[in-house]
Write a protein that binds this ligand. Sequence first.
Ligand code: SF4
Length: 300
Amino acid sequence: MTNDVRYEETECRSALNRVHGMDFKWSLNPYRGCVHGCHYCFARRYNSYADLDPGNDFSGLVFVKTNVVDVLKEELSLRSWVSETVAIGTATDPYQPIEGKYRLTRGCLEALAERHTPVRIVTRGTMALRDVDVLADMAKRAGASVCFSVTTLDHDMWKELEPGTPPPVQRLHVMEQLVKAGVSAGVLLAPIVPGMTDDQESLKAVVEAAAAHGASFLGTRVLHLQQGTKEHFMHYLETEHPRLHHAYQVLYPAEFAPKQIQQEIRERVDDLKDTYGLREREHNDMSLAVRERQLDLMAV
Ligand code: SF4
């Protein structure tokens, strides 16, 4: 993460992006780039598509789509709009600090609420609490869910992997408030980073805390490294964790960890979910599978 962040106002031609092959049809991102600066961020790859550095440019240069609310309202006013689910936060965190100034995410939520459109949000921020009124209203009208990504509760590991994010425990407190307000909110234990956050103690701490703070669901996913993200993450390992760098060259010849490792980690998380009663809660929340598939596209 860089300390000097440059914000660039820009105008978008469309607010809603069509999504194919997922259980939701649309995505929406009021910003591009993210000051949270997570080293493993899936969305770093979008910078490499745009000839920007997936490293410092991703966390040090944030584009603000100043007209996104107006464009969204125009799109929602079309007779063809049938209020299909919109996923917010697929390529940036919609609740990164600059949202406090521009309030674009809130404006989009209000517009979507008007059109009775369900939303799913993924965030590592805490600002969703500001929007609890509109989210609770949406939950009643059409459905709203907020996924709080939590990779680790270990202070040092959090600071290292996600240097610009609010502390994970604060995210859990916000999640708890949303659940109390009637919003479906839970934890995405993602990404699980082999060799860094996949030990039993780390997984247990997150699952236990999620349950204690009233999570409606808990999804999980092992790190995958696509082009752009992979270059940045491997450089980070080489600099900070040379031994792990070598291990990752073996573990990640492609973008996914070996299936056997993914399966083994998933089974451990499932066992922990049983232990802390989270699977039982999820039976009352049938959309979990849908959310997990959402992870395929989200900047987790
Ligand atoms: S993972 Fe999410 S919060 Fe972290 S840098 Fe990427 S978009 Fe931002």
